[in-house]
Design a protein. Sequence first.
Length: 125
Amino acid sequence: MTDYADVPDDILAEMRAICDGLPETYEEQAWTGRRWRIRKRTFVHVFAIDTPRGPFTAMQFRSEGPELDVRRHSGHPFFAAGWGNNVLNMLLTADTNWTEVAELVTDSFCIMAPKKLAALVQPPN
């Protein structure tokens, strides 16, 4: 059986720094971990899981187009969510490239947000 754990504070701080810069988003408790939403649509979900192989933290997000296919087949740190055609997970570790995470979160926001809000978003530098 899988046990759910709290998301580490340092990861939540990084995610908040990214998501707080996106228009009209809000954070809330998810069934496990935390999620960020635009209106009532989740664009990123961060969760921690304790497994027999040890604990890990992951981010679930939306992707599309060629980037989705590349990430879906690239392996670590990406893995399939098991549901949804455009949903992926990414392991978040000490080696995580937070610039890449910011790009993925911003893209996921733009996929889920109304077009007028998505048009307000500048890609992260």
